[in-house]
Write a protein that binds this ligand. Structure first.
Ligand SMILES: CC[C@H](C(=O)O)C(=O)SCCNC(=O)CCNC(=O)[C@H](O)C(C)(C)COP(=O)(O)OP(=O)(O)OC[C@H]1O[C@@H](n2cnc3c(N)ncnc32)[C@H](O)[C@@H]1OP(=O)(O)O
Ligand SMILES: [Co+2]
Length: 134
């Protein structure tokens, strides 16, 4: 794994949170994207090397809605940049981590993504992100 690619934050209302994070970070979101497979709408902020992803639910039965119901708004996941997501999944499986989707899926921001179950990562939902190369 390389650097932290982004921090995912679950929010109830994306427009309200976009305005709050714009005040907080001093930058406007550079991208807004609907990720149908994850039943979320996201917005991305970049301030220097850091990237923040705000996620709001589009489905009351989706992962973000369930998280909000259970834990309320807050940090949802940490995403790491990986060079080769297939090799990283293999490595993590051998290390005993539970991978939630062994077949990487198309995520937001032009990435292939996979997730490590939080129950096998000290309570942290970890996302693996590989840039989709042309
Ligand atoms: C990919 C697009 C975008 C991107 O960056 O490109 C995204 O980041 S999309 C992000 C949204 N998608 C996902 O999160 C997909 C992976 N998540 C899942 O598969 C589920 O949310 C899962 C398995 C983590 C939890 O599923 P569910 O909520 O149905 O199960 P439980 O409520 O029973 O939770 C099991 C257990 O895990 C704890 N939990 C749940 N979510 C989190 C979390 N985000 N961080 C830490 N822990 C979490 C939950 O509290 C339960 O623990 P327990 O001790 O039993 O209460
Ligand atoms: Co993410």
């Amino acid at each position: 794994m390389k650097k932290i690619e982004h921090l995912g934050i679950a929010v109830k209302n994306l427009e309200e949170s976009n305005a709050l994070f714009e005040r907080l970070l001093g930058v406007a979101p550079y991208k807004k994207e609907k990720v149908v497979s994850e039943r979320v709408v996201t917005s991305f902020f970049k301030n220097g090397p850091n990237k923040i992803e705000l996620l709001a639910s589009t489905d009351p039965n989706g992962p973000i809605a369930k998280f909000l119901k259970k834990k309320g708004e807050g940090i949802h996941h940490v995403a790491f940049e990986v060079e080769d997501i297939f090799a990283e999944i293999d490595r993590l499986k051998k290390e005993g981590f539970t991978i939630l989707n062994e077949k990487p899926k198309k995520g937001a921001d032009n990435k292939l993504v996979a997730f490590v179950h939080p129950k096998t990562a000290n309570g942290v939902l970890v996302e693996l992100c590989q840039e989709i190369r042309a």
